[in-house]
Write a protein that binds this ligand. Structure first.
Ligand code: OGA
Ligand code: MN
Length: 298
C-alpha cells in the first residue's frame, strides 16, 4: 500500500496512512518520510501498536539515536525504560504514579513550557518520535509551533536583529522558570549551558527558523533581563494560534517532529490520578551548530 499524507494545518503537519511501523521500512519509504519531515515538520501516525524494540528500529532509519542519560534527574535504579528511550510518562520504575512532590515529576513539569528537545546539548536533536502507550481522559494534548512560519512572520528589523545572535541553553534555565532549582553539583555540571545560533536554516528546504526553546537563559553579549524579555517576546510571537497545531492523543498514536523546525509543549492534565505512558526516541542532530568557544554562529 502506498503511503499517503494528509495535511492537517495550513503551515505544517501531515497525517500519514498506509504504513505498519512494526515492519521495517524500505529505503524508499524512509526517504519519503524524511522528505515529508523536511517539508511538514510534524508527522502523525495512528494505530501503531509498537514494542519498544520496534519503535527503536523505526527511529534508527533517520539517524543515530540519542541516549537518554544527561537529560533528566533520574538516580541509579530509577530508570523504567531502555537507554534509547526518554521516559516522558508520569510513572516511576515500578509503573506507579509519581507522587506530587517527587523530584522527577517536578522536573518533568518543564515539558509544559515551549521547548525544542535537547537544545541543551551541543549536538541538539534532529527528530523526536513519541509513542502513546496509555493516556489520560482530559487534557495532555501536545502542541507544536512551526518556526519557519514564525521566522517568516517577523518584521525586517527583528529579522536583522536575530540574524547574528547566539543563545545559551540549559535545563537549569528552563526549570528555573517554574521555580525548580534543586540540582546537585553533578547535575549542575551535566547541565552546563551550551551555545546555539538563534536562527537556523533547514539544509534541505533552505527555510530559516527561529531556534527557540524555554531552555534559553542568555543571549551572548546582552544584559540578562533584556535577553529574557526578547526571548519571551519571540516565543509569544512564534506561538500565535496561526503557527500552532494541537495533537489530542489516542493510544497507538506515534508523532514525529523536527526539533530544528518546531517548538512543542504538553498541556496540563491531572497527572496524579491517571497514567500517561509516553515513550520517546530521539534522533541526534548531524553535528554541533557552532564552536562552543566562539560567539559567532556558523
Ligand atoms: C517530549 C515532550 C510532551 C508530551 O516527549 O519531548 O515534551 O506530550 N513530551 O509528553
Ligand atoms: Mn519535549
Amino acid at each position: 500500500m502506498a503511503i499517503s499524507i494528509k495535511r492537517l494545518h495550513k503551515h505544517f503537519v501531515g497525517e500519514v496512512s498506509g504504513l505498519d511501523l512494526r515492519k521495517p521500512l524500505t529505503g524508499r519509504q524512509a526517504n519519503e518520510l524524511h522528505g515529508a519531515m523536511d517539508r511538514l515538520g510534524v508527522l502523525v501516525f495512528h494505530d501503531q501498536d509498537l514494542t519498544d524494540e520496534q519503535q527503536v528500529e523505526f527511529s534508527a532509519h533517520f539517524g543515530e539515536l540519542e541516549c537518554a542519560v544527561g537529560s533528566n534527574v533520574l538516580k541509579p535504579g530509577q530508570r523504567r525504560l531502555r537507554l534509547e528511550m526518554a521516559d516522558v510518562s508520569n510513572m516511576d520504575q515500578n509503573g506507579e504514579l509519581l507522587a506530587r512532590n517527587d523530584r522527577r515529576r517536578m522536573f518533568n513539569l518543564g515539558n509544559r513550557l515551549w521547548h525544542s528537545d535537547s537544545s541543551f546539548r551541543t549536538i541538539p536533536s534532529k527528530f523526536s518520535i513519541l509513542s502513546c502507550r496509555s493516556t489520560v481522559s482530559k487534557g495532555g494534548n501536545t502542541e507544536f509551533a512551526f518556526m519557519p512560519a514564525a521566522y517568516e512572520g517577523l518584521d525586517e528589523g527583528t529579522k536583522s536583529t536575530v540574524k547574528h545572535l547566539v543563545a545559551e541553553h540549559s535545563l537549569i534555565y528552563s526549570r528555573a522558570k517554574l521555580g525548580f532549582d534543586e540540582f546537585t553539583e553533578e547535575e549542575r555540571n551535566t547541565f552546563a549551558p551550551v551555545r546555539h545560533p538563534l536562527v537556523r536554516q533547514n539544509p534541505v528546504t533552505g527555510r530559516k527558523s527561529i531556534y527557540l526553546s524555554s531552555h534559553i537563559g542568555r543571549i551572548l553579549n546582552w544584559p540578562i533581563p533584556e535577553a529574557y524579555d526578547f526571548i519571551r517576546e519571540l516565543i509569544e510571537h512564534g506561538t500565535k494560534p496561526d503557527f500552532v497545531f494541537s495533537h489530542k492523543w489516542r493510544v497507538g498514536d506515534l508523532v514525529m517532529w523536527d526539533n530544528r523546525q518546531n517548538m512543542h509543549r504538553v498541556r496540563p492534565f491531572m497527572d496524579l490520578g491517571e497514567m500517561r505512558d509516553m515513550r520517546r526516541t530521539t534522533v541526534a542532530g548531524d553535528g554541533p551548530t557552532m564552536d562552543q568557544g566562539s560567539d559567532k554562529a556558523v
